[in-house]
Design a protein around this ligand. Structure first.
Ligand SMILES: [Zn+2]
Length: 389
């Protein structure tokens, strides 16, 4: 199945005539995939792995990886990334330096990370800085960043995404992913639902500002999104099939970004809201919310706003707006998005998420400035650009 995923991406890049760099050599999504990571590392000739995890992901996957690596004669040095004062493991300068120090002490030749999105970002950036390959063993289907070559880091309280390298291989063991905490599975689904508004905003940017666009890549992301929506019950019940479909969709969404070379296929106003909330939480020293949980709720809020804008009588009737309205109609309304989030037991409103009405209001006014180069409908609404030419 997952071999199909990579060959699909390669075929698409050939068809589009673009060369895509940084694709993983292998993406294995199946029960027991973890046990394939140590033989892969040995085949590549790597001898001295650094295994990065935290205390939770070490118990979920790291311990077994450590044992298998040792059995095969490539014993790993283990480094457990420590949480911050609020008890969160975050991808900040302290975490990155902790991994870099371990790498230097061990003279490692490969980084193996057992963890979710944040740990992967820490390990990815440290591996890149040290000029080493990294291998990913995800412990939760919580974000679409596993296949990414961007590392979102929090440096001095600000979030920035640094272009680094993608993983050499991903071993996504569905037995482990199925056992991930329920909020993380719901978050992965929320990150996928966010593609509804992201795909709309991408089209909006193309229609109003001639932003670069690819129907093939938009189609790839959309089919991954729809696969999740049509298996929402299985995902909520965390069946083998449901978790495999969610994991594949997240990988596929990440690969669509790789293929396009920018984040347009996967992220727009709903992600800008989520980033705005994240930065506010960092500034005020609050515990972090899961990325995908924020994105799912933000998607419902953006959907509500966009449907409201489309219904405004003062919005002029012209060919461009007719086209935009048609695209907004394809985005499910906020109630439908909230029902989907509920079906996977995730938060579906700002109250359930714990974001205040004041923060939501501010973010709806200001979040577009986070990505000043993106022409979203949120930005047009805030900068007086609704009377399009
Ligand atoms: Zn995301």
């Amino acid at each position: 199945m997952s071999e199909n995923l990579l060959s699909k991406i390669r075929a698409l890049s050939d068809q589009m005539g673009v060369s895509v760099t940084g694709l993983p050599e292998k993406i294995d999504i199946r029960p027991g995939a973890l046990s394939l990571a140590p033989p892969f590392i040995r085949e590549k000739g790597w001898r001295s792995p650094l295994l990065v995890a935290d205390s939770h992901t070490f118990a979920a996957a790291g311990e077994r990886l450590e044992a298998l690596l040792e059995e095969g004669g490539t014993a790993a040095l283990v480094t457990l990334v420590l949480p911050n004062e609020q008890g969160d493991v975050i991808a900040d300068e302290a975490s990155v330096v902790q991994v870099l120090l371990a790498l230097q002490g061990n003279k490692s030749d490969v980084v193996v990370v057992a963890g979710s999105g944040t740990l992967t970002d820490i390990a990815r950036y440290a591996a890149y800085t040290a000029g080493l390959p990294f291998v990913s063993v995800p412990t939760a289907p919580s974000v679409d960043g596993f296949t990414s070559s961007g590392a979102p880091l929090i440096i001095r309280g600000n979030k920035l995404t640094i272009r680094v390298v993608g993983p050499a291989a991903i071993f996504a063991d569905t037995n482990i992913l199925k056992a991930a905490p329920a909020p993380m599975i719901a978050a992965g689904f929320g990150d996928m639902l966010g593609k509804y508004t992201a795909l709309f905003d991408w089209k909006f940017g193309r229609i109003t500002a001639e932003e670069p666009y690819s129907p093939e890549i938009a189609g790839l992301t959309e089919s991954a999104l729809l696969a999740c929506v049509s298996h929402v019950k299985e995902i909520g019940e965390r069946t083998e099939e449901g978790i495999r479909i969610l994991t594949e969709a997240l990988m596929e969404s990440g690969l669509a970004i790789q293929l396009f070379g920018q984040s347009h296929p996967a992220s727009a106003a709903e992600h800008h809201l989520s980033h705005y909330w994240e930065m506010e939480y960092i500034r005020t020293g609050r515990r972090q919310l899961l990325h995908g949980a924020k994105v799912g709720v933000a998607c419902a809020e953006i959907s509500a706003l966009y449907h409201e804008i489309a219904a405004r009588p003062e919005i002029r009737n012209d060919a461009k707006w007719d086209q935009i309205r048609k695209e907004i109609d394809r985005v499910p309304g906020p109630d439908e998005i909230r029902a989907l989030l509920h079906a996977v037991h995730g938060p579906s409103t700002i109250e359930e998420l714990g974001v205040s009405g004041d923060l939501l209001r501010r973010s709806l006014e200001e979040a577009h400035v986070i990505r000043p180069n993106r022409h979203t409908l949120l930005r047009a609404r805030n900068e007086g650009g609704l009377n399009l030419q």
